[in-house]
Design a protein around this ligand. Structure first.
Ligand code: C5P
Length: 289
């Protein structure tokens, strides 16, 4: 049986780091939402083992790939003898702050749950996902949510009102571990106002969402990569109504209401940045199956 699963990217509308934990991770508080830029994962059952191919030259094809590790985890945990071939049609930029690898892993968990009739609930899949990475539980559920703890304690929220999301990815990738490692919690000057963001989402208040976009990791990534700041400035100049770096970066996103403005921002950024996308907010649509 062949199964295709959509693996959408996420952006952070807010990202706050509360403290460093004993286990080396950080307790976070962030608002995440899915956008309509997605990889497609095709799963084909084989007699044994795990193999992986991808349309991107930038992702590993062995157990360094989170999607591969997701299949290995399922096989081991449930004693599955059969194998799977994973074909990743990559559209989400890699090492970009868009949870592309985590979303691929979540899609493999969901797909194999169906392929091998495991009967796992969304909560059980999310718990398995946390063993692979902090963003995987959110990617299993999708939509819009507050994520706390390492990222696995999820509180669903209303999705943002329909709008355009312009994504611009500088040529270099960023290591999340390095960004967290360089973060000095005592130096954080401006923190997100979570209540104000939640209120703006509840009221479907586009301007309120734009005003409250905030990510403390910008304070680490922007000094290291000044191109992120220049991209933000350009996005604002060309018409981005709310502009922020996503996750640990380096992708910058801009929210705009009108299609014409979206086109203007995209055209304005071309030439400065090769990877520019104009996509829709996924809204409440559960489009990741
Ligand atoms: O969980 P994941 O493997 O995606 O995390 C990558 C790195 O990001 C971790 O090794 C850690 O350095 C950092 N991180 C963190 N606190 C979190 C999530 C990630 O410090 N809540």
């Amino acid at each position: 049986m062949d199964i295709s699963v959509k693996a959408p990217a996420k952006i952070n509308l807010t990202l706050d780091v509360l403290h460093r934990r004993e286990d080396g991770y950080h307790d976070l508080e962030m608002v995440m939402t899915t956008v309509d830029l997605a990889d497609r994962i095709d799963l084909t059952e084989t007699s044994s083992g795990i193999s992986l191919e991808s349309t991107s030259g930038f992702v590993p094809h062995d157990d360094r790939n989170l999607a591969y590790r997701a299949a290995a985890l399922i096989k081991k945990r449930f004693g599955i003898q059969k194998g799977v071939h994973i074909h990743i049609h990559k559209h989400i930029p890699v090492a970009a702050g868009l949870a592309g690898g985590s979303s691929d892993a979540a899609a493999v968990l969901k797909g194999l749950n169906r392929m091998w009739d495991l009967g796992l609930s969304v909560e059980e899949l999310a718990a398995l996902g946390l063993e692979l990475g902090s963003d995987v539980p959110f990617c299993v559920t999708g939509g819009t949510a507050i994520a706390r703890g390492r990222g696995e304690i999820l509180t669903p929220l209303p999705s943002p009102p329909p709008c355009w999301v312009i994504l611009a990815k500088p040529p270099h990738g960023v290591s999340t571990a390095e960004v967290f490692g360089a973060l000095r919690l005592e130096d954080i000057r401006k923190r997100p106002d979570l209540d104000a963001m939640v209120e703006a989402l509840r009221n479907q208040d586009f301007d309120g969402i734009c005003r409250n976009l905030s990510n403390v990791l910008e304070e680490v990534t922007i000094p290291a990569y000044p191109q992120v700041r220049r991209l933000k400035e350009r996005m604002i100049r060309f018409g981005g109504e709310g502009v922020l770096m996503s996750g640990s970066g380096p992708t910058v996103f801009g929210l705009v209401r009108r299609e014409n403005t979206a086109k203007r921002v995209v055209n304005g950024l071309r030439g400065f940045c090769r990877q520019v996308y104009a996509v829709r907010m996924m809204g409440g649509l559960e489009a990741n199956t």
